[in-house]
Design a protein around this ligand. Structure first.
Ligand code: CP
Ligand code: NVA
Length: 304
């Protein structure tokens, strides 16, 4: 078993499939009122450079569910990340106190730097580059609703960002057919597409036409146009993303029964309308719930 969970590109298909199975079995165990206290006495440090509702609360609950505890650390508590002391010393010292570290950072190099020097597992809880825990909760949700992942046609409409990138990696690993529809200039980089396509039968393509992407979709997925750290670009982005809103018109281009996904937080009236968020095909809140079920499995597997 690898030490860290930093990017889906580091993980074998077998490991990811095992994590999905473990997520489902622990989900049913906990829903049935039973407990698996395999991490009794263990501690998770949660380092957050950016805000969070889902990631913070679901990791904290997952750790408690498994009998362990967690400590929430803000950069200002420790004098900033890489400011009061080098990241390598942070990784080494955290490892002397806790059993696992998760970090949400701006730069991806911060989590890889922590992982390089920590002797305990490090989990990527979102960086500017990727969001692997989200993508795994997403494929778990797709499997629950559609009964399969392989061959599922997913239209990602919006910004070619961290969420889109991890979803493309997951799509490649699990054999999805994914089309990423972005305005010109907001596409995923070619290296991401190559890497995503290089790993399995999944096919990951790009377009600048959201209606074409939606036309055969089993799932339409979107995320914010303005990721954390890009707030000053909001006015430009709102203008650039005109025509890329997931609204009733776009949903009507898709086959009947299309599912709607969003990693949340959603900005109703921008990347998605209130109507589409609330429609019966929306599986957005199952996605949010599955963060907990996936991360419980991940913690157990990394430390088991
Ligand atoms: N989807 C997600 O990661 O949400 P938070 O930013 O609230 O953790
Ligand atoms: N792309 C978003 C995801 C939030 C969970 C961001 O990085 O802000």
């Amino acid at each position: 078993m690898q030490k860290d969970f930093l990017s889906l590109t580091d993980c074998s298909v077998e490991l990811l499939e095992e994590l999905l199975e473990l997520s489902a079995s622990l989900k049913s165990l906990y829903k049935g009122g039973s407990r698996d206290l395999c991490l009794a006495g263990k501690t998770l440090a949660m380092l957050f450079e950016k805000p969070s509702l889902r990631t913070r609360i679901s990791f904290q609950v997952a750790m408690r569910d498994l009998g362990g505890s967690s400590i929430y650390v803000k950069p200002e508590d420790i004098g900033g990340i890489g400011k009061r002391e080098p990241i390598k010393d942070m990784g080494r010292v955290f490892s002397r106190y806790v059993d696992v570290i998760m970090a949400r950072t701006f730069e991806h190099d911060t989590v890889t730097g922590l992982a390089e020097y920590a002797s305990v597992p490090v989990i990527n809880a979102l960086t500017d580059w990727s969001h692997p825990c989200q993508a795994m909760a997403d494929v778990l949700t797709i499997k629950e609703h559609l009964g399969r992942i392989e061959g599922v046609k997913l239209a990602y409409v919006g910004d070619g960002n961290n969420v889109a990138r991890s979803l493309a990696f997951a799509g490649g690993k699990f054999g999805m057919e994914m089309i990423v529809a972005t305005p010109a200039g907001y596409e995923l980089d070619a290296e991401t597409i190559d890497k995503a396509n290089g790993v399995s039968a999944g096919s990951i393509a790009q377009t600048n036409d959201p209606k074409a992407a939606a036309s055969e979709a089993d799932v339409i997925y979107t995320d914010t146009w303005v990721s954390m750290g890009h707030e000053e670009e909001k006015a430009k982005r709102v203008a650039d993303f005109a025509g890329f809103q997931v609204d009733a018109g776009l949903v009507n281009c898709a086959p009947d029964g299309v599912k709607i996904m969003h990693c949340l937080p959603a900005n109703r009236g921008y990347e998605i309308t209130d109507e589409v968020t609330e429609m019966p095909g929306s599986i957005i809140y199952d996605q949010a719930e599955n963060r907990l079920h996936f991360q419980r499995a991940l913690l157990k597997k990394l430390m088991g």
